[in-house]
Design a protein around this ligand. Structure first.
Ligand code: HEM
Length: 441
């Protein structure tokens, strides 16, 4: 008797969402310079799911629906992997941004303990101290842009809490990192040349800063190891130096340098930008501001937490999270997307969708009083296995900075129009730096 031979199931036919006819180079230019505007325009024309063709990334499906975001974030990394190229171009191959599948899982496990919600209490006093030090020089009764100060606070907070840096090394990193992050962010959306074209080119400048940074990191590592209390230290550098992977291996010196740089760059500008927006928003809502002050004085934080959630929804600083299709095809809702395509979850588009958030244009922290936001509609930290590793740290930091400033300053309200968006390359900041007028209390 002959056995029936079952033909291998044919791959389902590719079914792609509508594609824009805008040429690849033009798309790339807009993506690098006016991403939010471009995605909004295209979504208005093609709907919540459409595809574009971009230099560096190739074919990309842009998704602006929570249901599909949920599917993307809950799909295994074996199917939806790491976008290529990614930010490890700036940080090095040892960065968590470079890793995929098992390597990524191992690194995330290693990073979990210092960034776990429970470890946060230890860092609060550092943040408060940095906030008081930075704001001590704020002039009274005249506009002050909060963003530069927030950049200093968040940088110092990470350097101290995450790096355990102090003294000469802390000063050196404080000097090196800000211009590096600013230039790196601008270059992140551009193709990386094979050659740096000399030390006066932007890429050459980044390479020079990296060499200087490595010298400081070597000194920091030596100082940490020499500390008699090394075994008790809770900064991330000490944890990385002490930690071992499941197979007993340790993180290499290069990987530690790449990862520390990643945490610094990913953690400092994003948190500062959100804080800048927080000041920009609360000065334009007098009742909210008065209630926040009263709550800070009385030791509560429910409204402050709701305000932070709403700032992150209404003024999203990182506008997308991206993945790449690995299997021959990936079924996303009604679409069948072939291997090699990238998928971008348009965070900003979802946060501004009236079908998802009623009156999305309204800044209204009341939305979150007594309720938690949906983890697939409120997604400023992305989602799934690659969700922002520093989310709890960022939340704690924003809470402490806001609380400290509300307790020590009276912030004047304003009826001036809201500030416009400014793209720094990766993060979006308020165009005038989140200006406020303050008086000491
Ligand atoms: C308000 C502040 C922040 C925002 C809005 C933000 C946003 C994001 C987003 C959207 C992603 C991509 C997630 C995805 O692909 O699903 C991400 C990843 C990441 N963030 Fe943040 N972030 C913030 C603060 C921080 C802080 C404070 C740190 C570290 C101290 C940090 C470190 C990272 C790292 C290392 C990744 C890569 C995670 C991975 O690939 O596994 N971020 N962040």
């Amino acid at each position: 008797m002959s056995e029936a031979v079952t033909a291998p199931a044919a791959s389902p036919a590719v079914r792609l969402p509508p594609a824009t006819r805008v040429p690849k180079l033009v798309c790339g230019l807009f993506f690098a310079t006016s991403r939010r505007w471009m995605i909004k325009r295209l979504a208005r024309r093609y709907g919540n799911v459409f595809s574009i063709n971009l230099p560096m990334f190739g074919r990309v499906v842009v998704v602006g629906e929570p249901e599909l975001a949920k599917q993307i974030f809950t799909t295994s990394p074996e199917e939806l992997g790491n976008i290529q190229p990614n930010l490890s171009r700036m940080f090095g191959s040892g960065s968590v941004f470079a890793l995929d599948r098992d390597d990524h899982r191992r690194r995330r496990r290693l990073l979990a303990s210092p960034f776990h919600g429970k470890s946060m209490k230890n860092y609060e006093s550092i943040i408060e101290e940095e906030t008081l030090r930075e704001t001590a020089g704020w002039p009274e009764g005249q506009p002050v842009a909060t963003l530069p100060s927030m950049m200093h606070i968040t940088l110092n907070a990470i350097l101290r809490a995450v790096f355990g840096a102090h003294g000469a090394e802390l000063d050196e990193l404080r000097r090196l990192i800000p211009p590096w992050v600013t230039l790196g962010s601008r270059l992140a959306a551009l193709p990386k040349p094979t050659w740096t074209y000399g030390r006066f080119s932007p890429w050459g400048q980044l390479a020079k800063w990296r060499r200087q940074y490595d010298v400081v990191i070597d000194k920091l590592i030596a100082a940490e190891r020499a500390d008699p209390n090394f075994e008790d230290r809770t900064d991330v550098l000490a944890l990385m130096l002490r930690s071992t992977y499941d197979d007993g291996s340790i993180m290499s010196r290069k990987d530690i340098g790449d990862e520390l740089l990643t945490l610094l760059a990913a953690g400092h500008e994003t948190t500062a930008a959100t804080l800048g927006w927080a000041f920009e928003r609360i000065t334009r809502h007098p009742d909210l501001l008065a209630a926040l002050v009263e709550e800070a004085d009385n030791g509560g934080n429910e409204l402050r937490q709701a305000t932070i959630l709403e700032v992150q929804r209404a003024r999203t600083v990182i506008d997308f999270a991206a993945r790449r299709v690995y299997p021959p095809v990936f079924q996303l809702g009604e679409w069948t997307i072939p291997r090699g395509y990238s998928i971008i979850v348009s965070i900003a588009q979802i946060h501004n969708d009236p079908n998802v958030f009623a009156h999305p244009e309204r800044f209204d922290p009341q939305r979150y009083l007594g309720t938690k936001p949906s983890s697939f509609a409120w997604i400023p930290f992305g989602g799934g296995t690659r969700r922002c590793v520093g989310a709890a740290f960022a939340n704690m930091e924003m809470d402490v900075v806001l609380r400290t400033i509300l307790r020590h300053f009276t912030i004047e309200t304003t009826s001036a129009p809201g500030e416009r968006w400014h793209c720094r390359g990766v993060a979006y900041t308020p165009k005038d730096g989140g200006r406020i007028v303050v008086r000491r209390r």
